[in-house]
Design a protein around this ligand. Structure first.
Ligand code: CDP
Length: 227
C-alpha cells in the first residue's frame, strides 16, 4: 500500500497562509482541541536553511543545498510538539533567528528541498491524524485534507504580531525591518514556480485581522466538526 492510501485512514487539517498570519499558534490550539498531532512544516524548511548557514553552503548553490536537504533528518518532539531536532540536535531556538528567516525562502524554492521535506511530512500524516501548517499543505502536501484553511491578516498586523513575538523572545528588532522581511518572504513564497503560496480552490479563507488566536482556533474547530 502506498503512502497516500495509508494517509487516508487518518484525519488531516491543512492550514496555509503568509508569514505572521498566526498559523502556528492557531494550528497548535486546533490540534489540542481535536487531539491530533501538530506539524509545523515551516520549521522543517527553517532547519534546512539553518544547517546550510552553519555548514557555510552558499544559498545560491541549488545542487549543494539540495544534497544537504536529502541528507537531513528533521523531527519534532511528540510530547511538547514544539522542540525541533535536526539530525538529532535540538535547534528549536536557532531556527527563529533573523538570518534563518532571511535565508529560508531561498532554500524553500528549490524543488529538491521541497521533495525531501514533503516526503517527511507525508510520512508523519501516515502515522495518525494531523493539523499541518505551511504554504502548500492544502494545495500539494495533503490534497485530500478534509478541511483546508487559508489564514491571513493585514500586512501591518502580521508585522506587529511578529515584532511582539520577537520582543517576548528577547529579540530586538524594529517594526519596519520586520515588515520588510515579511514582505520579501511573501513575495518569494508566492512567486516561486514550484508549490507557491496560494489558497487551495476548496480552502476557507479566514482574515484574522483584529481577532485573537483563541477565537480563530474555535472557528476552525467548529468548521471541522460541522464538515
Ligand atoms: O512562521 P512564519 O510565518 O514566519 O513562517 P514559517 O511557517 O516558519 O515558514 C518559513 C518559510 O518556510 C516560509 O516563508 C516559506 O519560505 C517556507 N515554507 C514553505 O515553503 N512551505 C511550507 N509548507 C512551509 C514553509
Amino acid at each position: 500500500m502506498g503512502l497516500m492510501e495509508i494517509m487516508k485512514r487518518y484525519h488531516q487539517i491543512a492550514i496555509d497562509g503568509p508569514a505572521g498570519a498566526g498559523k502556528s499558534t492557531v494550528a497548535r490550539k486546533v490540534a489540542e482541541s481535536l487531539g491530533y498531532c501538530y506539524l509545523d512544516t515551516g520549521a522543517m524548511y527553517r532547519a534546512v536553511a539553518y544547517k546550510a548557514l552553519v555548514e557555510g553552503i552558499s544559498l545560491d548553490d541549488e545542487q549543494a543545498v539540495t544534497n544537504l536537504a536529502q541528507n537531513t533528518n528533521v523531527c519534532f518532539n511528540r510530547g511538547d510538539g514544539r522542540s525541533v531536532f535536526c539530525d538529532g540536535r535540538n535547534i528549536t531556538t536557532h531556527i527563529r533567528s533573523t538570518e534563518v528567516s532571511r535565508a529560508v525562502s531561498v532554500v524553500a524554492a528549490y524543488p529538491g528541498v521541497r521533495e525531501r521535506l514533503v516526503h517527511l511530512q507525508r510520512q508523519e500524516a501516515a502515522k495518525g491524524s494531523v493539523v499541518m501548517d505551511g504554504r502548500d499543505i492544502g494545495t500539494y502536501v495533503l490534497p485530500e485534507a478534509e478541511v483546508k484553511i487559508y489564514l491571513t491578516a493585514s500586512e501591518e498586523e502580521r508585522a506587529r504580531r511578529r515584532y511582539l513575538e520577537n520582543l517576548q523572545a528577547g529579540k530586538v528588532s524594529s517594526l519596519e525591518e520586520v515588515l520588510e522581511d515579511i514582505q520579501q518572504r511573501d513575495r518569494l513564497d508566492s512567486e516561486r514556480e514550484y508549490a507557491p503560496l496560494k489558497p487551495a480552490a476548496d480552502a476557507y479563507i479566514l482574515d484574522t485581522t483584529g481577532l485573537p488566536a483563541e477565537q480563530v482556533a474555535e472557528k476552525i474547530v467548529s468548521i471541522v466538526r460541522r464538515d
